[in-house]
Design a protein around this ligand. Sequence first.
Ligand SMILES: Cc1ncc(COP(=O)(O)O)c(C=O)c1O
Length: 450
Amino acid sequence: MQDTLTLSNRELDLKHLWHGNLQHDGLEKNPPLEIDRADDVWVWDAEGHRYLDAMAGLWCVNVGYGRREIVDAVAGQMARMPYYPLSQSHGPAAQLAAQLTSLLPESLSRVFFLNSGSEAVETALKMARQYARLAHPGQNRYKIISRHRAYHGFTMGALSATGQVLRKQVFEPLVPGFLHVAPPDHYRCEFCSREPHCNLTCAEEFDRVIRMEGPESVAAVILEPAIGGGGVFPAPEGYLARAREICDRHGVLLILDEVITGFGRTGKLFGFEHGGVQPDILTVAKGLTSGYLPLAATVTTQRIFETLNREKGANAKFAQVSTFGGHPCSCAAGLANLNILTRERLWENSARVGSYLIDQLRALESPRIGEVRGYGLLVGLEMVSDGNRTPMPEGQIIQIQKKIREAGVLVGRNNDTVPGLCNVLTVSPPLTLTKDGADVIMRAIERGLS
Ligand SMILES: Cc1ncc(COP(=O)(O)O)c(C=O)c1O
């Protein structure tokens, strides 16, 4: 008889599912939560326990769960035309491209749709390499500079840009031509942690590495405006502007990876607004549909678009096709999602409730919290064992995370990133969170620490 007729979901999971980034040995005793339904900031497991989802799934359900408007838009599109590829065209993709660019600086006008953040990054890297070769004839610009601790995705190129050795080492050798510099981690910075503020030496590293490598070999710098999954490190004041200046000076493209920071997460619509800069290439995913359906996009300037399209000959186009990228139902979800986000101006709530939550967390004064970092509803708690900033061992973080969950709140952690520094608890709830919701998160964290 078929397993589905005789076994529970949990048994089927244990027998057949392969979860990402999870050691399956011993999973019987410690199974993942089976989440069964969701509404606004709340999720319920199959046994009926309710949790405040302070990770918005995986940093993505920005408008909250249960939005009928998105469901209806997707159902309508499914009935009208469930699928057509973008080797031709369709209305939902054209309209979403227009709506997305209307939220961005005028210079970012071209949208290439994909299915996931990893694919958006992969595409950005490929566009950057092709552009750099066409824009600088006679040079071979292919190197990409990224940062340690950053996360850019699981595919080979995006993983090569990722600065987290624990996610990479068993898959090496990765793609050649990727270099990493120090992240802006003022708390543990080798350049300036003894000074009251970041002195931007970490940003100067882009300049040093580009000069040492030879600018004529460098295609792009890739950054998250705030490193997210690596442990929540917002770019300090002046950092993004400095990076932009250095890239311009050396003819290097600036790719901003806003897969987490986009669509209100940081208290502004996009993370680059904090730094007053504009990227040459922008990658977005998660909050583009708030996770209701998979969708991502790589957005570029008209100049990059034209450069890749004006050449004649074999390379006279961007030679990449994605069967499902820009799926009409995903685009319909994206349109409805962006309507909600902009109508309710959710980035403003993110800023307001986020700063309340961060203030409350800083006021906790627990000796186990070394630093509370973040802006908007993107928050990291650097957990320590003592007054010397010794990172808390991972086993202890897992216990605290578990206790917070027992108190009814789901928070994340920066697991499997770099050795010895998987000690950050992360909070990234839906942007509809109220102050009461923030209090629920606070109380659960307090209980987790007690
Ligand atoms: C900054 C950033 N870039 C890229 C990705 C990859 O996105 P996906 O998991 O949709 O492939 C992530 C995922 O968390 C991310 O945080």
